[in-house]
Write a protein that binds this ligand. Sequence first.
Ligand code: MN
Length: 241
Amino acid sequence: MMKTFAVGDIHGGLKALKQLFESAKITTKDQFIFLGDYVDGWSDSVKTVSFLIEFQKTHRCVFLRGNHDELAYDWLRTKQDNELWFAHGGKLTQEKYLELDEKTTDEHLLFYKNLKNYHIQNNKLFVHAGFTNLHGPQHEYAPYMVYWDRTLWETALATNPKMSENDVRFPKRLKLFDEIYIGHTPTTRIGENKPTKAINVWNVDTGAAFKGQLSMIDIDSKEIFQSEPVYHFYPNENGRN
Ligand SMILES: [Mn+2]
């Protein structure tokens, strides 16, 4: 039976990703939609991207673009130091890239270039952060918003679950798709350590860069799979804390 998994923000926690895949007993028939933010956090950022480049040769994958991935890509292309990236945990990623050989770096550049801003499948939207345009991510005025926005998740959290979709006050953005899968804003900020649903938005980022676990969800059965807290795998590091 083919499954489709939405995979949360990895943030360099490759050891947790491997544990997650082993415990979920994934197969080559399954599809994986990665919600972005592969890098910045734990020390395996570069190894995580190398792993994903190999993984897509044997598994059906969609890779979305996270804000951290774009920051890393910008630096790899331009070699311009960016305080914004460093403020978001980019320093350790940069150190690892400085040790990387040219051929592998080129493969990573191609990986980052080919990331998708969003993915729609069976009227389900997959996007790293959110979108602000009432007509959907296809119409976003500033395309980078899809990997920085937090207002979609805020809106979903603030909407009364009892409100009818036909109510004129119901947020239009939540009516465009049957379901929306996001990462970017850790559920741990609202005290949840599992993928969390608000109205029709599933947030799969359970704070792997901080003290949380790495999570993925079977989008059909809604079965949830989680690693141990990622920091357990990197005892001598601080992650994004
Ligand atoms: Mn993010």
